[in-house]
Design a protein around this ligand. Structure first.
Ligand code: AP5
Length: 216
């Protein structure tokens, strides 16, 4: 099965993608995570991507399409995968269509996660991550059971993303409205678009996503 999770920054794509990977055996492919890793290692792709990411703009289609084209060839994607953060504009969606057609594969579902803008800003400003195991937390919605200690690995170091500052978040939301939102009619016209209530609690969103996947 091939699925896209689509939604604005902070909608919960990464949170749900990890759960889907765990429970439905679909490999999570997050272009954001891949680009952040490239930035950390200082690779040529990372150096090119960093300025756009810091500004809340999209990294070039050439880079992200290249990353995904290479990634979906690997064995761990043979049984299916879940795209988190890709495609992000119509050109990337067309490139994905072409990649899948070439391999005789098809897109099964696009899950739109709908969340109010005010909630997005609160979610992003509250987000922090365990530096050791990368478990995600939130000041408002998901604090560790013991302050300062990761529930999963017991680590005591956490970090916040560079692009989670107010100005960059505003730009990321604007970029979503201008470039990514047009994907909703694009996929609706292809009969694969489903919408879940991203304002619900994390477990309830997971249930709604699972229902979509079951019917797809
Ligand atoms: P990317 O990493 O994809 O970031 P994003 O789309 O802005 O999304 P986020 O990771 O901020 O949010 P999310 O929806 O995953 O929410 P999360 O689950 O963390 O991209 C970063 C940058 O990389 C882009 O700006 C761009 O520059 C570049 N890039 C990436 N892909 C690209 C592409 N294809 N083309 C070009 N450039 C690309 O949840 C957020 C918080 O809310 C968490 O703290 C979580 O605990 C909490 N939360 C989640 N769900 C709920 C809920 N239901 N209720 C309450 N809290 C919740």
């Amino acid at each position: 099965m091939i699925v896209i999770l689509l939604g604005p920054p902070g909608a919960g794509k990464g949170t749900q993608a990890k759960r889907v990977q765990q429970h439905h055996n679909l490999m999570q492919l997050s272009t954001g995570d891949m680009l952040r890793e490239a930035c950390e290692t200082g690779s040529p792709i990372g150096r090119q991507a960093r300025a756009a990411m810091d500004a809340g703009e999209l990294v070039s289609d050439e880079i992200v399409v290249g990353i995904i084209a290479e990634r979906i060839e690997r064995d761990d994607c043979a049984g299916g995968f879940l795209l988190d953060g890709f495609p992000r504009n119509v050109a990337q969606a067309r490139a994905l269509d072409a990649m899948l057609a070439e391999k005789g594969r098809k897109l099964d579902a696009v899950v739109e996660m709908r969340v109010d803008e005010e909630a997005l800003v609160k979610r992003i400003s509250g987000r922090f991550t365990c530096a050791t195991c990368k478990e995600g937390y939130n000041d408002y919605y998901k604090r560790p059971k013991m302050d300062g200690i990761c529930d999963v690995c017991g680590g005591n170091e956490f970090f916040r993303r560079d692009d989670d500052n107010e100005e960059t978040v505003r730009n990321r939301l604007e970029t979503y409205r201008a470039q990514t939102k047009p994907l909703l009619p694009y996929y609706e016209a292809r009969g694969v678009l489903h919408t879940v209530d991203g304002m619900a609690g994390i477990d309830e969103v997971e249930r709604q996503v699972a229902e979509v996947l079951k019917a797809a």
